[in-house]
Write a protein that binds this ligand. Structure first.
Ligand SMILES: [Zn+2]
Length: 322
């Protein structure tokens, strides 16, 4: 059966965020560079691209956040309340970001957010996708994967009935997080930062090609959907009693079978994965997740159908702003 392409408006305004977490240095360094002498790197014809530092105070102090995780505070309630009613810096900053690049759900909101993150886990180049029905973003993910080949690029789908969070990507009409590791917090590695720079460039290339009339045929996309997370073993006081097993360390995106050792206790005993089925772990031993009581996430692989898509007015009616 022939399916007709979904028609979408052109992508005209793109925000590129670094420092949503202030100690994830690839995004911090690149956003600063693009805000200064490197701005021309982001230019694409007829697309306005705006780099920005998201959690500016955390960036100044090279910490993840000041009062609260910025990538968790974009709730409707937080964004609606008067600034004076909330003492948390990140809630005020979320309101500013919503005013500048949103507001959420409005016609005025930016079309796309590219949100740059680093992880201490061995995740390689990973895209965090929010929705299995945002076909424009799914096509962009596929384009990026093709361009990066043979460097692997995996997709983490965080769509889940209960385990969701209120991230900055909610503000724009479409958005992805580009999550690249392993890189320690507060450190910028040249190889990781180069991967980030190339990933952002390919995403912008995709948007330009889409606006220029490129037809995107129906296809499929293999993603890893979050299922649940696993905490570290703890004692009665809540302290960790075991750490990630050395044979499990760095095995992000690789099959995890029931019975495989995942932790080793501080007295040296291996602790096996008790799941019932084979799964794919991600964010193994992520530094920022110790406070969230997450040792790693469990995902399951699935294949999404991606609908054919093209831009509504093709190459001839481009807006004149740059
Ligand atoms: Zn982050």
């Amino acid at each position: 059966m022939q399916s007709f392409p979904r028609i979408v408006p052109p992508v005209r305004r793109v925000a590129v965020a670094g420092g949503t977490h202030g100690n994830e240095m690839s995004g911090v360094c690149l956003a600063r560079h693009w805000l200064g002498s490197g701005r021309a790197e982001l230019q694409r014809p007829h697309i306005h691209v705006e780099p920005f530092l998201a959690n500016t105070r955390a960036v100044e102090r090279c910490i993840r956040y000041v009062d609260a995780d910025l990538n968790r505070v974009f709730t409707d309630k937080n964004l609606r309340q008067p600034k004076s009613d909330n003492p948390l810096y990140e809630v005020c900053r979320a309101q500013e970001i919503n005013e500048t690049y949103g507001p959420i759900g409005s016609e005025r909101a930016y079309d796309m957010l590219l949100d740059m993150h680093n992880t201490t886990s061995n995740m390689g180049i990973s895209l965090v996708l929010t929705s299995s029905s945002d076909h424009l973003t799914l096509h962009m993910a596929q384009f990026l994967q093709r361009k990066l080949h043979p460097i692997p690029c995996n997709f983490l789908l965080i769509e889940h009935p209960t385990l969701t969070y209120f991230h900055v990507r909610r503000v724009m009409k479409h958005g992805i997080s580009i999550e690249i590791g392993p890189q320690p917090q507060g450190v910028a590695r040249a190889d990781i930062t180069d991967h980030m720079r190339r990933s952002v460039a390919y995403c912008l290339d995709f948007m330009h090609k889409l606006n220029s009339g490129m037809e995107l045929p129906a296809s499929t996309l293999d993603v890893h959907r979050i299922d649940r997370y696993i905490d570290y073993p703890r004692d009665g006081d809540g302290h960790i009693t075991a750490i990630i097993h050395p044979a499990f360390q760095d095995r992000d995106w690789q099959l995890l079978h029931p019975g495989t050792p995942i932790f080793v206790s501080l007295s040296g005993e291996a602790i096996a994965f008790e799941g019932q089925e084979t799964v794919f772990p991600v964010f193994i031993n992520e530094a920022a997740y110790y406070e969230k009581k997450i040792a790693f996430w469990i995902t399951k692989r699935e294949t999404l159908n991606v609908e054919p898509l093209r831009v509504e007015d093709g190459p001839h009616k481009e807006c004149t702003s740059t």
